[in-house]
Design a protein around this ligand. Structure first.
Ligand SMILES: Nc1ncnc2c1ncn2[C@@H]1O[C@H](COP(=O)(O)OP(=O)(O)OP(=O)(O)O)[C@@H](O)[C@H]1O
Ligand SMILES: [Mg+2]
Length: 274
């Protein structure tokens, strides 16, 4: 097995169209570790993941996986690298017309010629890891939000990928399921010590439970990159607010849209018969 892949961002600008979301980022997520990406909503966490997966191309700069620039690779090599990534999208991203088992097996049916028997066996194993073995033949619409998320994780794990990318694996889960999800990530890490895991999260309890390395995004930049313990001891006011869950406070604003549209509200309520 080759060495675990570092993920390196070198002077990367990321965004959409003309809008820059993250500006001139240089940071390394260490291979073989669990890194957590923290930051406020809309701060660019999912955007950062999209650039690791190669779904979005940097506006400038380079993203290197195991020293290789995704966008400088021939199409065939890019496909090979993508195959080595397990991705849990923020909403699970299950295909509605396929059963849970078919969804989970998708990376295997798409990329290999393995017969259905062994695929089904591996799928049931992964589904039992996430507590869904009894739901293999359900359709996604028959699952709860948290179950969809766990099915998404089973799919991300079905190939035992060297690189696992999770977007908010615990959001929307009750505290017990969230803790189980953390356990699963730690368990995967134990089974596959070379696995590099990146987990985007708002959930500090979860980050504290799983992360070796933490980066915090703020104002289009990296506000922190380092060990979790050092972050805990930080006296940076923003990081402290983040860690201690202190709200931003109500900014005084003259945006007229913040004022209650009283007249219109009355009309709407009348129209609704309230
Ligand atoms: N496909 C897209 N096209 C255009 N703009 C986008 C797109 N996806 C995200 N954005 C913008 O990029 C910014 C960062 O979004 P992103 O989804 O990366 O945030 P996030 O940190 O993941 O937030 P959350 O915690 O709410 O998931 C936002 O301002 C958003 O409007
Ligand atoms: Mg997001």
């Amino acid at each position: 097995m080759e060495k675990a892949w570092d993920i390196e961002f070198q002077d990367v600008c990321m965004g959409y169209g003309e809008t820059v979301v993250l500006e001139d980022i240089s940071v390394t997520l260490p291979g073989g570790k669990i890194s957590a990406v923290l930051g406020g909503s809309g701060g660019g966490k999912t955007t950062m993941l999209r650039h690791i997966i190669g779904l979005s191309r940097p506006m400038s700069g380079r993203v290197l996986l195991g020293g290789k620039d995704l966008f400088a690779l021939p199409e065939r090599d890019l496909r090979m690298i993508r195959r080595r990534m397990g991705v849990l999208f923020q909403d699970g991203a299950l295909l509605g017309q396929l059963t849970v088992a078919e969804n989970t097996g998708l990376p295997l049916t798409e990329h290999t010629k393995l017969p259905p028997g062994p695929i089904r066996e591996m799928v049931l194993h992964k589904l039992s890891l996430v507590g869904l073995a009894d739901f293999a033949d359900y359709y996604p619409s028959e699952l709860s939000g948290g179950m969809k998320k766990r099915a998404g994780l089973a799919r991300a794990l079905v190939t035992d990928p060297p690189l696992l990318l999770c977007d908010e694996p615990t959001s929307g889960l009750d505290p017990i399921s969230a803790a189980q999800m953390d356990e699963l990530l730690l368990d995967m890490k134990e089974r596959f010590p070379d696995m590099t895991i990146v987990s985007v999260s708002h959930d500090l309890a979860s980050v504290r439970a799983v992360a070796d390395h933490v980066i915090v995004l703020r104002d289009k930049a990296i506000a922190y990159s380092g060990a979790l313990e050092d972050l805990e001891g930080s006296d940076d006011p923003y990081l402290r607010r983040f860690l201690d869950r202190v709200p931003q406070g109500r900014a005084a604003s003259d945006d007229p849209r913040l004022a209650e549209p009283e007249g219109i509200r009355r009309k709407i309520h009348q129209a609704l018969g309230f």
